[in-house]
Design a protein around this ligand. Structure first.
Ligand SMILES: [Fe+2]
Length: 474
């Protein structure tokens, strides 16, 4: 996920904070950056660590928050060598604007900022449509929000468009295969499942909302899907006024919507009000008490009115949320008072009760000064801060979202925290970027390997680790 980025005067929002360290980096071709020796001998062999970083700005222009082109940064680890590569996702938007040489497609978050400029931008876009230079049916998205691997495909995702299929090649390069049309209508108001073969199942339209919510993430337990209905809303009418499509409704009471994973109709969804709980990123969810309680671990954005333009002002509280299914009530408690978001777990525990969560520390958001290990077993009662280990990257050093990679992913008896945390870290003083590997089981989250990178990697989020056997099947 990308946040505040510099913009030319015509696009600049007065309140937008620009951060030098969030500037784009250039494309890096497959580049061997390490000769072996530093990576742990137990590190999963020939895996690929690929992170969708904050989108890099197209070289010929600058774009403000959330709207940059998706860029993938990958580290391929194979036979003692690490190969680094950075590539833009070749979306229709990227390809078209690269060909024309300027911004063509209206950006979801930043295109509408003032009536005169918005009108001018719409007129230009309409002219391109009429002259056949731009076909809106081919998409508007930047593929800049997240990565997902399922049914043998690696997808670059964004809320505003269909996924793009990308591939990691044997030499470490990253290529775009194309837009995945099979998931048509995969936008905002429909819930649906995708089976193990990657086939989209019948949709469950969610049409009862009085106001469209911006849903960035949701939680999944064994039997339920839990959707946030936050104060971050879609306001189409504001576009007419020249304002952003996405805004904040501070009068709205946030809710959680609970839906059976087998639901065939929206009538099976029920909602519960959760005042003050703006859930943007979830960490995990599971069921307790024979299914009578749903536990959700998620980040609650405090100061949500600053989320879109002054993320450095928000404080994100990591909370344990218990939903009583019978009474349809909610109880909450924070697991730490720190500014934590983008929590991760051992992926083998998704949807199941787990003990350990790892979360980067905002200092301020979205710059992450380090990572903490949280023992969620301490969160069942009000026992205070559940942090059991901390690793700060050092002065002037910041990273993005880390990843957890199990040391023995095929060993069912392996301990939950037996694995590695990985992150890109940038030193803002020396301007050096490093790929670091942390022992997740160690008492102080020791850094066991660090690989110097040939260029800066912007602070990024929602990446993925692709194992060798999955890589070969892409
Ligand atoms: Fe996100």
């Amino acid at each position: 996920m990308q946040f505040h980025r510099p913009s030319p005067p015509s696009l600049h929002r007065p309140k937008t904070r620009t951060l030098l360290e969030l500037l784009p980096c250039s494309r890096a071709f497959p580049h061997i950056v390490h000769g072996g020796g530093g990576l742990p001998s137990t590190f999963p062999k020939r895996g690929v660590h690929s992170q969708r970083s904050q989108p890099a700005i197209h070289p010929r222009r600058a774009i403000p928050s959330f709207d940059g082109d998706g860029m993938l940064h990958s580290i391929k680890i194979s036979e003692g060598k690490a190969t680094f590569c950075s590539r833009f996702v070749k979306t229709y938007k990227y390809t078209l604007e690269d060909k024309i040489g300027s911004q063509v497609i209206l950006n979801v978050f930043s295109a509408f900022n003032g009536l005169p400029a918005s009108l001018a931008r719409c007129v230009v876009t309409l002219g391109l449509v009429i002259t056949g230079q731009y076909d809106p049916k081919r998409g508007i998205g930047c593929a800049n929000m997240s990565l997902a691997l399922f049914s043998g495909k690696l997808f670059a995702l964004a809320e505003s468009d269909l996924p793009y299929v990308v591939k990691l090649l044997c030499d470490g390069d990253v290529i775009t295969l194309g837009r995945h049309e099979h998931f048509a209508n995969l936008i905002i108001i429909h819930d649906f499942r995708i089976n193990a073969e990657g086939i989209k199942q019948p949709e469950v339209p969610i049409l009862s909302l009085k106001q469209a919510s911006f849903i960035h993430d949701f939680a999944v337990s064994e039997n339920y899907v839990i959707f946030p209905d936050t104060q971050i809303v879609i306001k189409p009418i504001d576009v007419v006024k020249g304002k952003s499509l996405v805004g904040i409704d501070s009068e709205k009471v946030p809710r959680l919507g609970v839906l059976s994973r087998c639901a065939e109709d929206e009538r099976e969804m029920w909602r519960v009000e959760v005042p003050g709980f703006n859930m943007v990123h979830t960490v995990n969810a599971w069921e307790e008490d024979g299914g009578d309680t749903i536990v959700v671990v998620a980040a609650n954005v405090l100061g949500v009115e600053n989320l879109l333009e002054r993320m450095d002002l928000i404080h994100t509280l990591m909370e344990r949320v218990e939903i009583n299914v019978k009474n349809r009530t909610v109880t909450r408690r924070p697991v730490s008072g720190r500014n934590l978001d983008f929590g991760i777990i051992n992926p083998g525990y998704f949807g199941k009760m787990n003990r350990y969560m790892y979360a980067p520390v905002g200092d301020p958001m979205p710059k992450m000064a380090g990572v903490v290990k949280i023992d969620l077993s301490l969160s069942t009662a009000n026992l205070g801060d559940c942090t059991v280990a901390t690793r700060l990257y050092g002065p002037y050093c910041y990273g993005g979202e880390p990843f957890f990679v199990p040391r023995e992913p095929d060993n069912p008896t392996a301990e939950e925290d037996d694995g590695y945390l990985m992150a890109y870290v940038h030193n803002e003083s020396t301007e050096e970027s490093t790929f670091v590997v942390v022992d997740a089981k160690s008492l102080n989250l020791e850094i066991v390997a660090a690989v110097r990178l040939p260029q800066r990697v912007p602070y990024g989020f929602h990446g993925i680790f692709v194992r060798e056997r999955d890589l070969e099947n892409l």
